[in-house]
Design a protein. Structure first.
Lengths: 274, 176
């Protein structure tokens, strides 16, 4: 059990790459969640481009305070680009090419395309806010907070705490399994590398052998995970308590200023300033 | 009784951890035919194994917790919405085909069906998020590619299932 990592200090992205301890990570998880949700909503509510610019600027400043490395940001944005943005761009290219062949017309930027690009930027920002929150908050704090947030479901006999505990066990188990899996993959693939001729059958056989070896190897931990599940005290979630610090007050102060500014802009009180 | 359930749960947790690992591993495996938005889907090997050896509840447990853990680890909220909806529906379709039509579909066929459902759902959700139907133009390419990746994953899954049966790895879970 000692091999499982300490989740009270680790943030979720620390499994992927290192994240510095920063001003943002020292803020209260609840306050950060409220600020993140408010900004996420304001991205879609605000219609004025100036509001959008202010929110983006605030998120940029938050990124600096979070101390998150570029690699983490890229890793978090990549799935969105690969899963949504690239297929979208390719769809536009395909459709426009068909139109070009059929009608001889080629208008790449139409009104609805520009609207869609603006909407895509908003979704990237939304995704990024979520990334910032998860990168700067420890798993323990997020888990305890979610346990508290979903506590009304406990009255309906939904085992919320058990599910969150399982999620935490999974998050802690991944780095442990990764080490042994890496050795298995290296061991299996060195034999392929040493051969001069690439054999597709052998390639698939090696992948299958690696998959089965990883599963077989991981099953050695069943007893350990079973023990953790039975022991209610291990990975027990603390109940979330709000703890205000100077950093929280500073963050809330800025948040209030920006929200007030956004309201004024949206109500057309400030346009003359710009 | 609780202990038996916990053994099953422990096996599920370990399978989820493996699925997450395979998701990471596949980022290092280059696709022979790179198609934007398309992944090999190595994590689906675990879904196939779960469909063969475990019950529907366990399959859903593995898919849901895998998507949630991935969202926590690196992928974020948008990816959670996409992978959870697509993963859940494709696993349900694969489960249905395995239990009701195994004579008609082999594991490779089931995997192809799962890959197709996964891509169709992802395109639907992505077009809802973007508010544009244009993404459907890309669907035929994704479908062709998903047939190929589904076949590969099904092929590996089939071999893995045979080896697991041979070694009796999930025997404990099947009996609990």
């Amino acid at each position: 059990m000692s091999e499982f990592i300490n989740i009270k200090t680790k943030t979720s992205t620390e499994f992927v790459t290192e994240c510095k301890k920063s001003a943002l990570s020292k803020m209260d998880a609840g306050i950060k969640l409220v600020i993140s949700i408010t900004f996420a909503f304001s991205i879609f509510i605000c219609k004025n481009p100036i509001s959008f610019f202010i929110i983006s600027a605030f998120i940029c400043v938050s990124t600096i305070f979070s101390g998150i490395s570029k690699n983490v940001i890229i890793k978090n944005i990549t799935p969105f680009i690969v899963m949504i943005l690239l297929p979208y761009v390719f769809s536009i290219v395909i459709l426009k090419s068909i139109l070009l062949f059929c009608n001889g017309n080629f208008y790449f930027f139409e009104n609805n395309t520009i609207t869609a690009i603006f909407r895509t930027l908003k979704i990237i920002l939304l995704s990024y806010i979520g990334c910032l929150y998860l990168c700067s908050t420890s798993i323990w704090a997020v888990a305890s907070l979610f346990d508290k947030l979903f506590s009304p479901l406990k009255r309906l006999s939904v085992p919320v705490s058990d599910y969150i505990r399982i999620l935490v066990i999974i998050l802690c188990g991944v780095p442990k399994s990764a080490g042994s899996a890496k050795d298995i993959i290296i061991q299996n693939f060195t034999s392929i590398r040493n051969k001069n001729r690439f054999d597709i059958r052998e390639f698939f056989k090696t992948i299958t052998n690696s998959v089965v070896a990883i599963i077989a190897n991981s099953f050695q931990n069943v007893e350990q995970v079973h023990e953790i599940l039975n022991n209610k005290n291990s990975y027990r979630l603390d109940s979330y308590h709000y703890k205000a610090s100077k950093k929280d007050l500073f963050g809330v102060f800025f948040f209030v200023i920006i929200i007030t500014l956004l309201i004024l802009i949206e109500k057309n009180f400030v346009p003359s300033l710009f | 009784m609780i202990k038996v359930n916990n053994t099953r749960r422990a096996i599920n947790i370990i399978l989820v951890c493996n699925a997450i690992l395979f998701s990471y591993v596949e980022t290092f495996v280059p696709l022979p035919f790179p198609v934007p938005g398309l992944k090999l889907g190595l994590a689906n090997i675990i879904t196939i194994i779960a469909i063969v050896f475990l019950n529907y509840k366990d399959v859903v447990f593995i898919v849901v917790f895998r998507c949630m853990a991935m969202a926590f680890l690196a992928k974020g909220i948008i990816a959670l919405v996409l992978s959870l909806s697509a993963g859940f529906l494709s696993a349900t379709v694969m489960w249905f085909l395995y239990t009701k039509a195994y004579g008609i579909f082999s594991i490779r066929g089931i995997s192809i069906a799962g890959a197709i459902v996964h891509n169709v759902v992802q395109v639907i959700i992505a077009s809802i998020i973007l508010g544009e139907n244009i993404l459907f133009c890309y669907l035929p390419i994704l479908l062709i590619a998903s047939v190929i990746t589904g076949f590969f994953i099904g092929f590996i899954g089939e071999l893995a299932v045979k080896q697991i049966q041979k070694k009796g790895l999930l025997y404990k879970c099947q009996n609990s």
